[in-house]
Design a protein around this ligand. Sequence first.
Ligand code: CTP
Ligand code: CA
Length: 224
Amino acid sequence: TSHTFRGSSFAGKKIVITAGPTVELIDPVRYISNFSTGKMGLSLAEAYYLQGADVTLIAGPLQVSTSFQGIKVVDVRSAAEMEAACLAHFASADLLIMAAAVADYRPAVQAVEKIKKSEATTSVVLEKTIDILAALGAVKKPHQILVGFALETENEEVNALAKMKSKNTDFIVLNSLKDAGAGFGVDTNQVTVFDASGEKKLIPLQSKEVVASEIIDFVSRGML
Ligand code: CTP
Ligand code: CA
């Protein structure tokens, strides 16, 4: 609301956050998606906004919404739409956090008409979506900070560090699905953030709002 007091720590900084799932159409009425609600990304956007940043939230279909009218929300649906929005907004951004749960695959063809149940069995051929974070890492300028998330269930640290390297990010936030109370659809999370030099910060289980401000403290040290 217009009466919210905002700090000025990030005044003049342009921050882009992605949040939520993407939705990949099979036909006009059916889709492939995932259980992301957008809560973690929204918490990050709100925390930066409350510290004075110019915040753009690129959002797949979310289960949550912000009451801060000053946050610019760009609604997208598919991974392809999210990629276009990210590339457009990243060009002028100081920092981008890719918290969205982007679909890895989409139907190779999207039926124009609703598919009829004519066959006894059927299948959908899937093709890979574009890796948005890797595309951003490839165009990142030296002054820009890029942060990825990694959702892992095994070899967590090794896999997360490999993702930071292959996608050319400055930080990676490891989200471990093994922990109770962490991940999709819950109000709490527990993460470990790594920087490119291997330094790490463990953020124990607590509300996504507090986790968001702890992530921000670690990834934007150099901006303040
Ligand atoms: N990501 C992306 N575009 C995709 C897939 C993922 O930008 N098409 C981003 C996610 O938003 C996240 C990071 O890449 O910030 C890692 O996502 P994750 O699902 O953990 O890893 P993937 O690279 O997709 O590999 P895999 O799912 O096979 O572990
Ligand atoms: Ca993935």
